[in-house]
Design a protein. Sequence first.
Length: 145
Amino acid sequence: MRLLLIEDDQLLQRSLAAGLREENYAVDTADDGESGLFKASQSDYDCIVLDGMLPVFDGWEVLRRLRPLKSTPVLMLTARDAVPDRVRGLDAGADDYLTKPFDSEELLARIRALIRRSSGQASSLIEVGNVVIDTAARTVSQDGR
């Protein structure tokens, strides 16, 4: 399973990535919203763990820009624990919301649940001959163009 971890706190990012790798996840990282959005939009991930308070684009802006392109499950992991922040995150497209500080076992369980729920989704690609329609990205290509 492949995860993207978008977290600007380098110590937390390294610790989380190491823990996720110990659980046999392949983990890519980004430390700001812009690079995280780029990686999320260019690659396929089974789940994205997204901090709310990031440089360049915050987590809510990343979600706003990502959701028209991808339906990858997103777990927001942030210190913003007020109810309006949680509602804003979920309404922006997060599939789950966990506040810091958090228990690593709970984080792992939530990631497993998100991946489990999303694995039953149909592909967003429809192929007819040499034409490919990507319903998630809202694009049509013919012969790879």
